[in-house]
Ligand binder design. Structure first.
Ligand code: WTA
Length: 668
């Protein structure tokens, strides 16, 4: 980031503080914030800001003591000798200790009343449904673990998992974890090349897949894609196929096996292998700025602790809850908050197979009504889609079972936050805006729903044990309301242990920007209440006439206009100002496009942020290019705005037709 500037957001809670350096005399703490509902706080694990402050202060005064206390709530086959061994940038947690996350997710509950409690409640896209109790899930996991063993797969072997969202995806990863095999889930929407790259990078010995997956009423032929990849995957000895859709596939006798045949002969007991705390649990690939995906490497004990504690504190899950995270297990959110975190807590985790708008745009709301969902965790990109589709869809359903809402993945525009709060949450549900990354393993900053007053657009405060800061490149802490680099100053248990096979890149990407700190890649601001406001990736910052503008900030301003559903802004070179802003805007259904509206939107941004942020061009478009996890691919927009015939790498793009449509948007 070239130069730090003050936040210009016009949020009521921030307005007084963020737009000027002078402190207003009569500013009250948490002004304009939404306090947690009293009924919620009464039952919550952390009931007030005072309790949070106390817990936080204790956790950072002696982090090792704090984390050891949490670790003791879980099962260890062998106690650890040392809580933390830290040789920057390499951390080892609970050195000498042995545990197993599959044991902690399953076996730990079997001698309790939870044995027959629903662990996974699953809804298929065609409307079929299944429930697996802890006991049943345990047996399925044991059978599949034995099946893997029968193929010679064991401790340390890498297993790629390329499946749709069926319970067997959770079974597959828990089975790997049970025997110490290292899973690497590849999102089921990825194509052949993505499989080849990832399998090659981690040298996977097996691929677990499905014949097909249901998506918007059609079968996605997963096994065919694996077949296409196989000639370029020489390390893969076995492909295991779970039959989901019954679509026709070819089975190759030399390496293909049906899941049901392998499991039919397998015993339903398979003791969990005691594993060193630092034994590899999984590798998950995330896109890097250079295009080559980074294999983010997580290990057993620390990751287990992070997901366990954060699920407990942030979602405040209760034994009577139906908890639903809408992510795909192909992303870290699904790993941590569909499978590991909820199951370590003995929660009931709902899993849905398909698209949010199949057969109609009210599918999520009908699922909430059907299963009486209490906790609902989704992404801002989904929320903006719901807004675009219109309020009539959620209004058709009884959403009164909901008591807590969450978001993750990108900054949530205050406008979308308020819509979520009132239309979905009926103004009674707190919203936890959770900031974290594939690299952090678990949530780092978030409100605690019974304690923290929330401000729309802020992920509020760090969780216990987590020590973030906002700094200059030299590592100096920034004063309140000044934008800087978001770093984490101290190691935490669920942090990534490295980039698979590439320690140099690990150091370069995360540990060399700010000396002595983990650099998140995000820019952020902290207000006077100590609340964090994520601006976005620092490479998403546009410098206009020497002023830093976070793309998210300008996008939020656009989305706050009544006609706008979604916006993505980018910078293009400009002779006068260095860069000028181009905004790609999607309108709400029913809004009238035209030059008049474009002019109004430009004025609106100028009014909300300042004339400096006024877009030079507005392009109206039906949709935006996004990654499969819903992040806007600004890189492609930049290429399109620059009029390039060829855009860069598009392997992670969700919908290719978007590109052609975007080129047709006029530049006036
Ligand atoms: C962004 C997803 C603002 C951020 C768990 C981060 C957020 C990146 C939030 C990680 C949030 C995630 N508010 N920004 N609540 N949550 N981000 O690895 O830029 O897919 O660095 O992990 O998403 O994305 P990833």
């Amino acid at each position: 980031m070239a130069k730090a500037v003050k936040s210009r957001r016009k949020e009521p809670a921030q307005k007084a503080s963020a737009t000027s350096k002078k402190k207003p005399a009569a500013r009250k703490p948490f002004e304009g914030a939404y306090p947690p509902p009293a009924e919620f706080s009464k039952l919550a694990r952390v009931k007030s800001m005072r309790e949070y402050e106390k817990l936080y202060a204790e956790s950072v005064k002696n982090p090792e003591k704090f984390w050891a206390g949490i670790a003791k709530e879980l099962h260890w086959f062998k106690p650890w000798k040392k809580v933390l061994e830290w040789k920057e940038p390499f951390a080892q947690w609970f050195v000498g200790g042995q545990t197993n996350i599959s044991y902690n997710c399953l076996d730990r509950h079997l001698n309790t009343w939870r044995r027959n409690k629903a662990a996974i409640v699953w809804e298929g896209e065609p409307g079929d449904s299944r429930t697996l109790t802890y006991d049943q899930l345990h047996r399925e996991v044991c059978k599949f673990a034995n099946a893997l063993k029968s193929l010679g797969i064991g401790k340390g072997d890498r297993v790629a998992v390329y499946m749709g969202m069926v319970p067997e995806l959770a079974v597959a990863i828990l089975a790997c974890a049970r025997i110490g095999a290292v899973h690497s889930v590849i999102f089921g929407g990825f194509s052949t090349n993505a499989i080849v790259d990832r399998v090659h990078d981690c040298q996977a010995k097996a691929i677990v897949t499905c014949d097909g997956a249901w998506r918007r009423g059609k079968v996605v032929p997963l096994k065919d894609t694996v077949d296409e990849a196989m000639p370029k995957c020489p390390t893969v000895e076995h492909v295991i196929v779970y039959k989901r859709c019954g679509n026709e596939i070819k089975m190759h006798s030399d390496h293909d096996h049906w899941w049901h045949e392998l499991c039919a002969g397998a015993a339903d007991e398979c003791p969990a292998t005691p594993l060193d705390s630092e034994h590899s649990l999984f590798i998950l690939y995330t896109s890097g700025s250079t295009g080559k995906p980074k294999g983010i490497h997580h290990t057993t004990g620390g990751y287990m602790l992070g997901t366990y504690l954060t699920t407990k504190l942030v979602f405040d899950v209760r034994d009577t809850d139906v908890y639903w995270c809408t992510a795909d297990i192909g992303w870290v959110t699904g790993h941590s908050y569909i499978v590991y975190g909820p199951l370590c807590n003995g929660a009931t985790s709902l899993m849905y197979e398909g698209a949010p708008n199949h057969p109609d745009p009210d599918r999520f709301w009908s699922i909430i009504q059907k299963y009486r969902v209490n906790v609902f965790y989704t992404a801002p990109t989904a929320i903006r889609a719901f807004i675009k589709w219109g309020e009539q869809w959620p209004r058709r359903h009884d959403l009164s079972s909901l008591r807590l809402l969450g978001t993750v993945g990108e900054p949530i525009n205050p406008e979308a936050w308020r819509w979520y709060h009132s239309v979905i949450g009926g103004k009674r549900c707190p919203i936890v805006d959770t900031w974290w990354q594939t690299e952090t393993g678990s949530i780092m900053m978030s409100p605690l729903p019974g304690a923290t007053p929330t401000k729309p657009g802020s992920c509020t405060r760090p969780l216990p044990g987590i020590q973030p800061d906002i700094v200059t490149k030299e590592g100096q802490s920034k004063p309140a309301n000044e934008q800087g680099l978001l770093v984490v100053r101290k190691p935490w248990p669920s942090m990534l242990r490295g980039i698979w096979g590439d320690p140099k890149r690990f150091k370069d990407v995360y540990w060399s920007t700010v000396k002595g700190c983990y650099f998140t890649g995000d820019g952020a601001v902290r207000d006077e209440d100590g609340y964090y406001w994520i601006i976005g990736r620092v490479d998403d910052v546009i410098i206009v006439a020497g002023h830093n503008l976070g793309t998210a900030e300008v996008e939020s301003a656009l989305v706050s206009h009544a006609s706008v559903a979604e916006a993505a802004v980018i910078g293009i070179p400009d002779e006068l100002t260095g860069h000028a802003i181009v905004a790609f805007v999607t309108l709400k259904d029913g809004a009238q496009p035209g030059a008049d509206l474009k002019q109004k939107l430009m004025e609106h941004v100028a009014h909300e942020i300042g004339p400096i942020a006024k877009p030079k061009q507005i392009r109206l478009t039906g949709s935006l290019p996004k990654t499969r996890s819903g992040k806007i691919m600004r890189r492609l927009l930049r290429d399109i705005a620059a009029g390039k015939a060829q855009v860069g790498d598009t392997t992670t793009l969700e919908d290719y037709s978007v590109l052609a449509k975007l080129r047709e948007t006029d530049e006036s």
